[in-house]
Ligand binder design. Structure first.
Ligand SMILES: *Cc1c(COP(=O)(O)O)cnc(C)c1O
Length: 424
C-alpha cells in the first residue's frame, strides 16, 4: 500500500501535496500550517476496513490522535466510530456525526460529570480501568435508572517494545487491571446490576512496529474470554485497542493491515461477538505534514541552527518522545548541510531534529515536517503565547481551511485582571 506522503517522499519533492501547491498554500494561509490529505486518510481507513471485512469488527478511531472536526467527519463518513477519553472528545465525536452507539469511552480517570454525559447520550461501551470506576458507573447509572454497557480493560503485562512514555500494557503502567482482578469482577457481577459487564478491552501501547506483542496480548485475552464463557459469563465484545505503528523514517516498516487482521482472526477464532479496534496513529499520522518557514539560519559556536517559525508548542513529539520526523525542503536540492532544526521557543528541548542533513536553507525557505497527522496538532499548546496554527485539508487540487489560525484576541480571551475579588 502506498501512501500519498510516501509517494511524495519517493518522488523527491513534496512541492505539491495531493495536487495542491504548497508554496502557494503557505503564501495564502501562512505558516506554521498543518496540511492533511483527504485521499491519504481515506486510503488508510479503507485498507483497514477491507482487511477486517471477514470479521464481525468495527473501527473505533482514537480521537486523541487528531480530533480536527473535518478529519473526524471524513473518518466517520468512511464508517469509523470513535474511541474517546474525555467529555471534549465525546462532543467532538457527536458533532462529527458519529452515532453514540459507535463510541467507546476509555481512560483511567473519568469524572462523574463525564460518565453522566456519556451515559445520557447512550454511548456504546465504557472501557473500565478500576474497581472505583466500576462502582461510580453503577452508582451513576442506578441513580438514573439506566443500564451501562462495559468492558474491563485488561493489562496483559506484555512489553510492547515501544517508547516508555507510550507503553501502556506492562503491569507497572497505570492502565487496566490484571486478569486476576478482572476475574473477581466477573464473579461478583451481580454487585453492579446497572452495568452490563460483557466485554474485554486492551491497549498495550502505541507506535508498535512489530505485531509480536499484540499476538502475545491477544493470546492472553483469548484464553481469558474462553475461561469466562466456560464460567458462565458471556462476552459480547472484545476490543483489541490501537497501537499500530507507522513509518516515521527510512528503514521502519509499519505493520500491514492484513497481517494485523489475520493476527486478530487467528487469536479470536471461534469468538461469536463483536470485535473492536481502536487505531489512532495508523490512520492519520502519514496523512499530515507541518508546513513551516525558515526564520533564519544561525551559525552557533559549535553547530548550525535552522530556526523555523514552527516550534514545540505546535509539534511536541520530538521534545516529548525524542521522536524522529522526516524534514524536507520544499524546493528540493542536494542535502549537504547538517543542521539542528529548532523552533523559536525558549527551551533547549524545542528541537525538531539534531544534526539533520538538509539542502542549504535560507530565511524564507519552506520546509515540511512529515508524519505530522497524529499526536501533532492535537497536542498543541500556546506555550510562549504562540497562537495555535491553522489546519487545512487537501483533496485533489482543492483545499479547505479546517481550523482558522488562532488570533491573539482568542488566545487571551479567557484571562481576567484581578479586579473582582470574591470570598468562598
Ligand atoms: C491512544 C489510544 C489508542 C490509539 O493508539 P494509537 O497508537 O494511536 O493507535 C487506542 N486505545 C486507547 C485506549 C488509547 O488510549
Amino acid at each position: 500500500m502506498e501512501h500519498v506522503v510516501e509517494k511524495h517522499r519517493r518522488d523527491g519533492l513534496p512541492a505539491t501535496f495531493d495536487q495542491v501547491d504548497l508554496p502557494a498554500l503557505a503564501a495564502r494561509e501562512g505558516t506554521p500550517l498543518y496540511v492533511y490529505s483527504a485521499p491519504a486518510l481515506r486510503q488508510r481507513v479503507r485498507a483497514l476496513r477491507q482487511a477486517l471485512s471477514g470479521l464481525n469488527a468495527g473501527i473505533r478511531y482514537a480521537v486523541k490522535a487528531n480530533g480536527n472536526a473535518a478529519v473526524l467527519r471524513l473518518l466517520a463518513e468512511e464508517g469509523a466510530g470513535a474511541d474517546i477519553v474525555s467529555a471534549g472528545e465525546l462532543e467532538r465525536a457527536l458533532r462529527a456525526g458519529i452515532a453514540a452507539a459507535d463510541i467507546v469511552f476509555s481512560g483511567v480517570g473519568k469524572s462523574d460529570a463525564e460518565i453522566v454525559l456519556a451515559l445520557e447520550v447512550g454511548i456504546g461501551r465504557f472501557n473500565i480501568e478500576s474497581r472505583a470506576e466500576l462502582d461510580s458507573l453503577q452508582r451513576i447509572a442506578a441513580a438514573r435508572g439506566l443500564m451501562a454497557t462495559a468492558a474491563v480493560r485488561i493489562n496483559p503485562d506484555v512489553d510492547a517494545q515501544t517508547h516508555a512514555k507510550i507503553s501502556t500494557g506492562k503491569a507497572e503502567n497505570k492502565f487496566g487491571v490484571s486478569i486476576a482482578e478482572a476475574r473477581g469482577w466477573f464473579q461478583a457481577r451481580a454487585q453492579w446490576p446497572n452495568v452490563r459487564l460483557d466485554g474485554l478491552h486492551m491497549h498495550i501501547g502505541s507506535q508498535l512496529l512489530s505485531l509480536a506483542p499484540v499476538r502475545e496480548a491477544l493470546a492472553r485475552m483469548a484464553a481469558f474470554w474462553k475461561e469466562l464463557e466456560a464460567a458462565g459469563h458471556p462476552i459480547a465484545s472484545i476490543d483489541v485497542g490501537g497501537g499500530l505503528g507507522v513509518r516515521y523514517r527510512e528503514g521502519e516498516q509499519a505493520p500491514d493491515a492484513r497481517e494485523y487482521a489475520a493476527a486478530i482472526a487467528q487469536a479470536l477464532a471461534g469468538f461469536g461477538g463483536r470485535i473492536l479496534v481502536e487505531p489512532g496513529r495508523w490512520l492519520v499520522a502519514e496523512a499530515g505534514l507541518l508546513l513551516s518557514r525558515v526564520l533564519l539560519e544561525k551559525h552557533g559556536q559549535e553547530r548550525r541552527f535552522l530556526v523555523l517559525d514552527a516550534a514545540m508548542n505546535d509539534l511536541l513529539r520530538p521534545t516529548l518522545y525524542d521522536a524522529w520526523h522526516d524534514i524536507v525542503r520544499i524546493d528540493g536540492g542536494q542535502a549537504s548541510v547538517r543542521y539542528d532544526v529548532v523552533g523559536p521557543v525558549c527551551e533547549t528541548g524545542d528541537t525538531f531534529a539534531t544534526d539533520r542533513l538538509l539542502p542549504p536553507c535560507a530565511a524564507g525557505e519552506l520546509v515540511a515536517i512529515l508524519g505530522a497527522g497524529a499526536y501533532a496538532a492535537s497536542m498543541g499548546s500556546t506555550y510562549n503565547s504562540r497562537p495555535l496554527p491553522a489546519e487545512v485539508l487537501v483533496d485533489g487540487d482543492r483545499y479547505a481551511l479546517v481550523r482558522r489560525r488562532q488570533t491573539l484576541d482568542e488566545l487571551l480571551a479567557a484571562e481576567l485582571p484581578a479586579t473582582e475579588w470574591r470570598r468562598t
